[in-house]
Design a protein around this ligand. Sequence first.
Ligand code: NAP
Length: 353
Amino acid sequence: MAQSTLRAKEDVQTFDLLSGHKIPAVGLGTWRSGYEATYSVTHAIIEAGYRHVDTAWEYGVHVEVGQGLKAAMDVGIERKDLFVTSKLWCSDLSPERVRLALMNTLRELKLDYLDLYLIHWPFRLKEGASRPPKAGEVLDFDMEGVWREMEKLVAQNLVRDIGVSNFTLKKLNKLTGFAQTMPSVCQMEMHPGWRNDKMLEACKKNKIHVTAYSPFGSQENGRDLIHDPTVERIAKKLNKTPGQVLIRWAIQRGTSAIPKSTKLYRIKENMLVFDWEIPEQDFNVLSSISDQLLVQFANFNGLPGMSIRSLGFFHHFTSNVIRIYKPYTVARRILTKLKWVLRGLRTFMNVYV
Ligand code: NAP
């Protein structure tokens, strides 16, 4: 289990980042929160004790999130006690656009600095690209150039930590190969139905903290783990809700989790995960829930890696690619074996018949 500490005042668990800063173990997700983001952010901070908010330019809720943060600070919550994450969108993934994108984000959020700025997806898109992008709309991504600009944001105190999201292991290795400031955080989809063990291990080895998004199995085309019989059974046994069990599972793996809700009772419920543990046996049962790959494979409805989803077309981009990769690999192996058998049979026929 990763090192963690308890904040004396709020009793909110945090994880240590490479930079020496701390990230609260539970943050409020804001994807698809819409105009309700102001309400959810305000009340999450003031009434439920959240100190960590996750957002992104792509979610279109920066202004609402900013209003929520301001409302909380107006009643005495200090900026230094909040941890705000936002993300650099694909159309801004070129060195000359990084600073401008961050300045726009700060302006919309009405903040002087971000705690964490992530590369949202490791793909560069042409401005105004269709969803999914057409041929020619996915451009070359100068990862090193972009990262150098991200590093400058840290040096200029505009951002306290920088990191990545939805990176594959290969891309993460490429980045760590040239990074002068290492990514503090790698954010990725992670829940018992999609555990991403290899990435988690790689990040741990590099001391990169992992934040698990979609801890309940995702809002779109994902797996509804809230109603999974195993999760429900363990939740009942522990006298907790399925949502709490899923968040606690993430924390016990050493990852922070960013559940989204716009309902205050759930926002509160999702934070009550610090004074109890999932026993090892149940933890292991959760960790062996069947993989999501077949479910996702069946739902796959576009070109490989281009799941056609309303706005969040890139959501699950990487994981879908990986999910179809496995059945594809299995099918390819079977075909290869079949080819060998046929070749052997032909040789046998040529030689002996
Ligand atoms: P999620 O947090 O796993 O699930 C959210 C859904 O669960 C919502 O429909 C919410 O409904 C419901 N919910 C919340 N608490 C619940 C509870 N205790 N019991 C039952 N249902 C509950 O999904 P997500 O929004 O995909 O992921 C969370 C956050 O991660 C996002 O909001 C975003 O900030 C981040 N994210 C990042 C990326 C990335 O590319 N980096 C991608 C996806 C998500 P109500 O609102 O009605 O309560």
